[in-house]
Ligand binder design. Structure first.
Ligand code: BDR
Ligand code: CA
Length: 327
């Protein structure tokens, strides 16, 4: 079994990723770590506990960082005197505040902080033994690799939902997860761990429509119903925001990382590239600069893989295949 840790800011699409990861018999989910992102961290923790409980309640949840790494810089962000996701109507439509599809959790978060649990767990692992699947801002992982660099070789690979090449969702080209903590993203890339960006370009190509929702719902289990309802909520939310297809549809970003680990061919365009995250204070703040053409005179060596396109039919098939295991 592949040993994985999911680092999440749950979040409707994080919730779906957690369900399918925990359903996957080929994964051993060692733990879930939570971070500030779609919502403040106590809410992303509660939401993650709800999903862990939905899936049997055996996977422990550890609460992590409440603010981005350089939160003192938050005040410098244009139009963002302070980051307050919960008040944004858009996030309410797409993510909800709490995952209302599940009742309040009766299980509790572990007493240990996510960052120190990551350090302890990775230190106890063999080299390359653990795969990290971060699906929110990289704050926890950046802290962990800075506090204890000896964990770096223990991480076999990082498959990250973040970044965009031709698509942005926070600004013209910045993707939300990276935008919320660009310094952390850069620090993690600089750790030289095999790193794959599953970008917005790929997740937008892998949108789900209402037919796909019906197919998921027909699986007939409680987890499948929760996933179907969350997808439906996102499709409604996206109808007033970003158009991803000619029909009502939404990207279900985070679970594409899980699907990629199940079957890498779900990603139809994967390139090696140098990536630099813009941590300046201008309009490119938080943009992942993938030097895809690598044609510059001062071209750098690739430091990551970038997923740029996906097979949406295969994606839906994988999601359904994983949800079948909940029967
Ligand atoms: C990412 O940002 C969050 O809103 C989603 O959960 C996803 O991880 C997409 O940009
Ligand atoms: Ca997320």
């Amino acid at each position: 079994k592949r040993k994985v840790i999911l680092d999440v800011d749950t979040g409707s699409d994080d919730a779906i990723a957690l369900v399918v990861a925990m359903a996957n018999p080929a994964f051993e989910v060692l733990g879930i770590t939570t971070v500030n992102g779609n919502r403040a961290v106590p809410i992303t923790t509660e939401n993650s506990l709800r999903i862990s409980e939905l899936m049997g309640g055996k996977v422990p949840v550890f609460q992590g960082c409440a603010l981005p790494w350089t939160s003192c810089m938050l005040g410098l962000r244009k139009n963002y005197p302070q980051y307050k996701a919960p008040e944004e109507a858009l996030y309410k439509n797409i993510h909800g505040t709490y995952i209302d599809q599940c009742p309040p959790a009766t299980i509790k978060a572990q007493p240990q902080n996510a960052v120190s649990w990551l350090v302890d767990t990775l230190m106890a692992a063999e080299d390359g033994e653990i795969t990290l699947i971060p699906l929110g801002p990289l704050t926890n992982i950046a802290h962990a690799v800075r506090i204890e660099p000896r964990i770096i070789p223990k991480i076999g690979e990082i498959v990250y939902m973040g970044g965009g090449f031709r698509v942005g969702n926070k600004s013209a080209l910045a993707e939300f997860n990276v935008w919320l903590d660009p310094e952390a993203a850069q620090a993690v890339i600089d750790a030289n761990i095999p790193f794959t960006f599953v970008t917005l370009d790929a997740t937008h190509a892998a949108y789900l429509n209402m037919e796909d929702v019906a197919r998921i719902r027909a699986i007939g289990t409680k987890p499948a119903e929760v996933v179907a309802s969350l997808c439906e909520q996102r499709i409604k939310g996206y109808s007033t925001w970003q158009k991803v297809a000619e029909e009502p549809a939404a990207p279900i970003h985070d679970p594409l990382c899980v699907a990629y680990l199940v079957d890498p061919t779900v990603i139809t365009e994967l390139v090696d590239a140098p990536c630099e995250v813009d941590c300046g204070r201008g309009s490119a703040y938080g943009v992942t600069m993938f030097d895809i053409k690598n044609g510059r005179m001062e071209a750098k060596e690739p430091n990551c893989k970038v997923a740029l396109a996906a097979d949406r039919q295969k994606y839906v098939d994988i999601l359904c295949q994983l949800l079948e295991y909940t029967k």
